[in-house]
Design a protein around this ligand. Sequence first.
Ligand code: BTN
Length: 322
Amino acid sequence: MREKILHLLKKYPQEHVSGEKLSEQLGVSRTAIWKHINALREEGYNIESIPRKGYILRESPDILTAVEIQGELHTSLLGKKIMHFDSIGSTNDKAKDLALQGAEEGTVIIAEEQIKGRGRRGSQWVSPKGKGIWMSIILRPDVLPKNAPKFTLLSAVAVAQAIREVTALPVQIKWPNDIIYQNKKVCGILTEMSAEMDFINYIVVGMGININESIKDFPEEIQGKATSLREIKGENISRQRLVRSILENLEKFYLEFVKEQNFQKVLELWKSMSGILGKEVRAMGNNDVIQGIAVDINQEGALIIKEDNGKIHEITFGEVSL
Ligand code: BTN
């Protein structure tokens, strides 16, 4: 009901909508309308009411509900269905459950807060309420599972591009898919997949982006390594605009790859936004550490490292540090 009221108020941005009209169109009493309006005000909506004229929406909060995101979203696949939670364990876990139950490709799960946010390699991902974007997207690409690493790169390129568009900050990508600014992490991506030998059942791309946190919102042990877009820019950033831009960019690169088999553009963008190519890096795999210059990424998305002695390594998984 609250969504329907918002739709109607947003439809008439310049005029007051009477309680009577709302109650007639939505088939509930005027008292019920009034209660919902008050609940919306508690969510942060600034709704003015004038006796005998009705209600007008003056300002909306920066929350990531379907109504707010879809209003100006220009996509044909991603975000047609958006599920928003005030608080959740992990959006990736929820997305995987839904994918198993047959959720459609493009379904987006967003939460204001995660209690059990997960990072790569079993780490914890701190996700304070209303401060960042904690979002997972369900994809069902009709390509062979060996292509999975490409979706990791593709997502990083889409998020980096979106952050650049919305904030004008020259963020960079650290292989495979961290987004960094001056070597501090602003975004991490956790891609999870369920597949058979020759068939991808689903891919869940989960992204955590630090937007409006201040440094003290991060646990002490990561305060030197992480930052937020607000800390860098010195002003609040619209989470809604960024979510829309991410979905639009991701859809563009995703469809180019799965429909037109064109991955070249993503590779080029990845390289142009890379924060590590040409630099000395340490790559930590399961048991070994490789140190050398990050010289390239190949068509499959593997990182190529050249050691001092000239030996070339192709890294397909692990962590890289500068
Ligand atoms: C990393 O370790 O860099 C990846 C972090 C991924 C965090 C995001 S937040 C939304 C989604 N849900 C999770 O539990 N994790 C991912």
